[in-house]
Design a binder for this molecule. Sequence first.
Ligand code: FES
Ligand code: FES
Length: 149
Amino acid sequence: MILNVNGSKYEVQEKMRTLLDVLRDELGLVGTKEGCGVGMCGSCTVLIDGKPMAGCLLLAEQAVGRKILTVEDLQNDGSLHPLQQAFIDERAFQCAYCTPGFILSTLALLNENPNPSEDEIREYLSGNLCRCGSYQNIMRAVKKAGGSR
Ligand code: FES
Ligand code: FES
C-alpha cells in the first residue's frame, strides 16, 4: 500500500500496524512520539487531511489515500516554522516529548481559526497532555503564533 506523508509517497509493507508505528519504525519519522498508546495523551498527533488525529489509534491502512502531515514537514530549508519558533521563544516545553503533538494540533487550530481566544485554545488542545506542566508557556506560544484576543 502507498502512504502520502509530507507530500511524498511511501510504499509500506505492513497494513496491520498502527500509523504511529509505521511512521516511526518504517519511515524513520520519529518526531511523532508514542506516549500512552491508547489515544489519551496526544503525543502521537499527526494531521490527516488537515485534522489532528492520534496515530496510535489508526491502522496505517486507514490513512491510505489521505494526506498525512508530521512535524518533520514544518521546517522549510532548515528554517523553523513560525509556530516552532514561538514554542522556543516562549520556552513552551521542558522535556519536549509532547511538543510535536501540541505543535501539530495548534497548526490545525490556527488554520481553522487564526485568532483563537484562550477558551478556544484550551478546548482545541484538550486532547494534548503535557506531563511537565508547561501549559502556561504553551498558551503563550499559541497566542503569540496566532495573535491573541
Ligand atoms: S500515544 Fe497516541 S494518544 Fe497517547
Ligand atoms: S514538556 Fe515534557 S511532557 Fe510536555
